[in-house]
Design a protein around this ligand. Structure first.
Ligand code: CAA
Length: 256
C-alpha cells in the first residue's frame, strides 16, 4: 500500500509501505503509486515527498519473486508501467523530493531519480544492481542516471551494480544533500521549504527550462528558456514579485 498524508504548507507525502519486502515495487504497488500520484497532481499540494515506511529501506526495487517466470509481454508491460508512473512524477508541476533512508536499489533508486530532488540520510545505501540478476534497469535508470551524474559514472555504476554510500552519492551529485537521521517526511518538508516560499509558476517554468533544455541542443534550450521566461513574466506572481522589490517589502505570491 501507499500511505498518503499532507503536511502543513500543502506538502503531500507518499510513503511506500510494503515492509516485509523492503517496500519492493510489485505490479500492484506500482499501480497504487500511479493512482496516488494522480491524486497529488489533482490536489492543491505545493510539494511532494516520497519515502519508504520502516527504518530499513526506501525501496529495494522491483519485486523480484514477481519477475520470475513472466512472459516477455508481461515484462515489457511491467517496464512500461514503471516508466510511465515515474515519468508522471518527473513531470508534476510541483517540486518533489525522494528521502532515501536505508536501501534504494534498482527500481527504488529509479523512483528517486524521477523526483526533482534526492535527500539521503547518512545510513542510506543505493545502486542499480540489476546486472547481478542478469537484468538491466528498466524503470528509467539507464536514461536518468547519466543525465544526473554523467555518462562515465553512470556506466560504471550500472555495469558494476555496486552499492554507493550516502557520502559518495552526494559527492557525485546522485543526491542533493545528506540530512541528519530523522523522520523522513519532516526531512523532505524541510528540504522543500525554502523553495516553496516562491510562486509555483516560477518553480515549474524554471524546472521545465532546465530539464527540457538538458534533452536538446543549447540553441533549442535557449529558445525554450526564452518562451518560458516570457510566460513567467506574464504571471501575476511576477508582477507582485517586482512590485514588492520596488516597495521594499516581502512578496506575497499566490501561485497565479
Ligand atoms: N523484491 C522482493 N522482495 C525483496 C526485495 C525485492 N527487490 N528485496 C528484498 N526483499 C525481501 C527479501 O526477500 C526478504 O524477505 P524474506 O524475509 O521473506 O526472506 C526481506 O525483503 C528482507 O530482505 P533481506 O533479508 O535480503 O535483507 P538484507 O538486509 O539482508 O539485504 C538488500 C537487503 C541488500 C536490499 C537485499 O534484500 C537485496 O539485495 N535485495 C534485492 C535488491 C535488488 O536487486 N533490487 C533490484 C531489483 S530488479 C529491478 O528493480 C529492475 C528494475 O529496473 C525495475
Amino acid at each position: 500500500m501507499i500511505q498518503e498524508s499532507t503536511l502543513p504548507g500543502g506538502i503531500a507525502v507518499l510513503t511506500l509501505d510494503r515492509q516485509k519486502a523492503l517496500n519492493a515495487l510489485s505490479f500492484e504497488q506500482l499501480l497504487n503509486l500511479g493512482q496516488a500520484v494522480e491524486r497529488v497532481s489533482a490536489s492543491a499540494a505545493r510539494g511532494l515527498v516520497i519515502t519508504g515506511a520502516g527504518a530499513k529501506a526506501f525501496c529495494a526495487g522491483a519485486d523480484i519473486p514477481e519477475l520470475v517466470g513472466r512472459t516477455l509481454r508481461d515484462e515489457h508491460e511491467g517496464a512500461r508501467l514503471g516508466q510511465e508512473v515515474f515519468q508522471r512524477i518527473g513531470q508534476l508541476r510541483i517540486p518533489s523530493v525522494a528521502v532515501i533512508h536505508g536501501y534504494a536499489f534498482g527500481g527504488g533508486l529509479e523512483l528517486a531519480l524521477a523526483c526533482t530532488f534526492r535527500v539521503a540520510t547518512p545510513a542510506a545505501r543505493m545502486g542499480l544492481p540489476e546486472v547481478k540478476l542478469g537484468l538491466i534497469p528498466g524503470y528509467g535508470g539507464t536514461q536518468r542516471l547519466p543525465r544526473l551524474v554523467g555518462e562515465g559514472r553512470a556506466l560504471e555504476l550500472i555495469l558494476s551494480g555496486r552499492t554507493v554510500k550516502a557520502d559518495e552519492a552526494e559527492r557525485i551529485g546522485l543526491v542533493n544533500q545528506i540530512a541528519e537521521e530523522g523522520e523522513p517526511a519532516a526531512i523532505g518538508a524541510a528540504y522543500l521549504a525554502p523553495m516553496l516560499q516562491h510562486g509555483l509558476h516560477a518553480l515549474d517554468f524554471a524546472r521545465q527550462a532546465v530539464q527540457r533544455g538538458m534533452q536538446t541542443s543549447l540553441e533549442l534550450g535557449l529558445r525554450i528558456e526564452r518562451d518560458l521566461s516570457t510566460l513567467a513574466y506574464r504571471s501575476a506572481d511576477a508582477t507582485e514579485g517586482m512590485q514588492a522589490f520596488l516597495e521594499k517589502r516581502p512578496p506575497c505570491f499566490k501561485d497565479a
